[in-house]
Design a protein around this ligand. Structure first.
Ligand SMILES: C[S@@+](CC[C@H](N)C(=O)[O-])C[C@H]1O[C@@H](n2cnc3c(N)ncnc32)[C@H](O)[C@@H]1O
Length: 201
């Protein structure tokens, strides 16, 4: 049941450095699209004062996440939730941070919008939303390898593809989630940092 993704092994340490700076000291972090569960256990160990709430769409992923948690015997990771961002009902009512790694390009655009809708509902004022992945900016890819990746994604599923960060920012801001910064990450990826605005939508 326990699965392992090489990309998650490579990006977990650089992502943790951004988290260290951006996440609150205490509270619950909702991880959307946790995948294998590697990130959840790595981050929970790294940030013992936070409570990690992993989630994913499919039963297979939820089982893998559960297997990682059982192996690592961590007390600050919750039972993984089955959570589809495109559905209105999320089994969580509040979070002190939301993080989503490598989902937005491997899902239809409506999944990105669903993620933003959910984050707007859940996040307390000032709480961060972090998105990690490859992005275009002002319609331009940041590297030739991302052009090839985008083509490959779209050939696998025409609804997938590397998204334009500017469009994500526009949709976030319409929902009362303010863009704060982009952090360049290894392998032509970025972390986009947003915060739920204090003034509502
Ligand atoms: C490339 S994997 C990334 C997994 C993990 N975050 C990582 O970085 O290793 C993409 C993930 O997005 C999840 N996903 C796709 N559509 C989703 C949706 N509508 N709601 C929640 N998760 C979704 C998939 O189940 C899959 O686990």
């Amino acid at each position: 049941v326990k699965r392992q993704a090489p990309a998650a092994d490579r990006n977990k340490a650089p992502i943790a450095e951004v988290l260290e700076r951006v996440l609150p000291e205490r509270g619950t972090v909702l991880e959307i699209a946790s995948g294998t569960g590697q990130h959840a256990v790595f981050f929970a160990r790294r940030f013992p004062r936070l409570v990690w709430q992993p989630s994913d769409l499919g039963d297979e992923n939820v089982a893998s996440i559960r297997a990682w948690i059982a192996q690592e015997k961590l007390e600050n990771v919750c039972e993984p939730l089955a959570l589809d961002v495109t559905r209105d009902e999320w089994a969580v009512s509040a979070a002190d941070a939301v993080i989503c790694i490598n989902m937005v390009h491997i899902a239809p655009w409506r999944a990105c919008l669903g993620l933003l809708d959910g984050a707007a509902r859940l996040l307390r004022s000032g709480a961060p939303l972090l998105l990690y992945g490859p992005y275009k900016f002002a319609g331009e890819h940041t590297a030739p390898s991302n052009v090839a990746f985008d083509t490959r994604l779209r050939s696998e599923d025409p609804e997938w593809g590397v998204r334009d960060a500017d469009e994500i920012v526009r949709e976030a801001e319409r929902r009362g989630i303010a863009f704060q910064e982009k952090v360049a990450m290894p392998a032509n990826n970025f972390t986009l940092v947003f915060r739920r605005s204090t003034l509502g939508r």
